[in-house]
Design a protein around this ligand. Structure first.
Ligand code: SF4
Length: 231
């Protein structure tokens, strides 16, 4: 179908991460990812999906959130469908939505509309996908954007801390998020025991090194079963 995107799911829930955590949000999850992070909780989005035109997607977003509000375009890696997702984000903005884009920053971000808030997930050494962030994307950052680092251990933390300092991220973006990785097979108990890195330990490191980062917990894993989809 010309002009269509491949979509895994569109649903409304509470935003679980970023500085928008806790707010109602419509998630538009695009199918396909070129990375394979070891703690990925979205593997169901790698394959399959269904073709939807931009108009069909906009209608579904309007049905779920007729009063406007927050929409996150996520995946998978949404920028793999750049040719169609860029105009989709422009149309969402034109309709008055506040648009977030969750991306690894492996693909070029220069064509992302300036008003979209990019949440760029820079992969750390123990993610399974180190060195995938395209450094030229630093130039595409806007002051309202956010940079996220998912951390499994001290080595990941030191990489993130050094990256933040080396590239002066505190002066470039609205927020720097340090988030303990969750075990991808986590289910059942809704508590922090599923974190690969103890949040208390991470908090102590951030304080000791005076990193301009905020500790970010995936609150959707604490509200619902960690294995739940569509939440
Ligand atoms: S980039 Fe995102 S969707 Fe792709 S493997 Fe990593 S965590 Fe999963």
């Amino acid at each position: 179908m010309p002009g269509s995107l491949t979509i895994t799911e569109i649903y409304k829930s509470l935003q679980g991460e970023s500085t928008h955590a806790g707010l109602a949000c419509v998630f538009v999850r695009l199918t396909g990812c070129n990375l394979r992070c070891i703690w990925c909780d979205s593997e169901f989005s790698f394959y399959g999906g269904k073709k939807m035109s931009r108009d069909e997607i906009l209608d579904e977003v309007a049905r779920l959130s007729p009063g406007g509000g927050l929409v996150e375009v996520t995946g998978g890696e949404p920028m793999l469908q750049e040719r169609e997702v860029v105009p989709l984000m422009e149309q969402l903005l034109d309709r008055g939505y506040k648009v977030l884009l969750e991306t690894s920053g492996e693909r070029a971000l220069e064509r992302v509309p300036a008003s979209v808030i990019k949440i760029v997930d820079v992969k750390c050494p123990h993610s399974g996908e180190p060195d995938t962030f395209a450094i030229e994307n630093l130039e595409a950052l806007q002051p309202h954007d956010e940079m996220k680092f998912v951390l499994s251990n001290r080595a990941d933390y030191e990489f993130a801390r050094n990256f933040v300092g080396q590239h002066r991220l505190g002066n470039r973006v609205h927020a720097i998020l340090f988030s303990p990785a969750f075990r991808k097979d986590a289910s059942g108990e809704r508590d922090l025991s599923h974190c690969l890195l103890d949040p208390e330990e991470l908090a102590q490191w951030i304080l000791a090194d005076e990193v301009p980062a905020r500790l970010s917990l995936q609150i959707h894993k604490l509200i619902w079963d960690p294995a739940a989809k569509g939440v």
